[in-house]
Design a protein around this ligand. Sequence first.
Ligand SMILES: [Zn+2]
Ligand SMILES: [Zn+2]
Length: 238
Amino acid sequence: MSMSGAEYLASIYGTEKDKVNCSFYIKTGACRHSERCSRQHNKPQYSQTVVMQNMYVSPQNSAKSADGSHLANMTDHDIQEQFEHFFEDVFFECQEKYGEIEEMCVCDNQCDHLRGNVYIMFRREEDAVKAVEEMNNRWYMFRPIYAELCPVADFREASCRQFEIGQCVKGGFCNFWHVKPISQQLKSLLAKSSRKHRSRSRDRGGSRRDRGGGGGGDRERRRSRSRDRDYHNRRGRY
Ligand SMILES: [Zn+2]
Ligand SMILES: [Zn+2]
């Protein structure tokens, strides 16, 4: 009971007892009440994490036909393959343009504030800031991208543990991330590419001035990316 007022506030920050700050926003970077929430959503000025809202559109969610007949020819395997192409595309493009990525995931939730959200944690905060600035001027698959910095520092904390063991009773409307899984092959491909990226930026002394200079460097990077993709296609039949 010897806690000072400030200590008390710090100890309840972002918990259920905190009447000022929204615990869901702090933990998951999103809240079902959005702007109408009675508690504060403090958007960070600096963060390693970027969210691109509703960016992934699952074929199961896109309402091409109410009865789902547009899915008739798509097996689960096709849907997963399409998803992994999306994942790979976004990952490599962001890593090449903005900087090394530590972690990326896509939410499989059904609720509007989480559906298809893509979360990327960059190694450096300044890369995340740059990604947000530039992504907001871009489109993906004929839709504008909405990107912002996100307070989530630990993807595990934001993720639904029950979903991971197949036991979330809230289903798609859960307020924690239901992270859409990717194959082991894709995981190792991404890890390999991050390692390569790291050694490449070390070779260049990590200087940002060296980046995006002549077109030659870009072309070289693109070439190595298509090599990676061939590699993936060869091994990607799981
Ligand atoms: Zn809230
Ligand atoms: Zn859940």
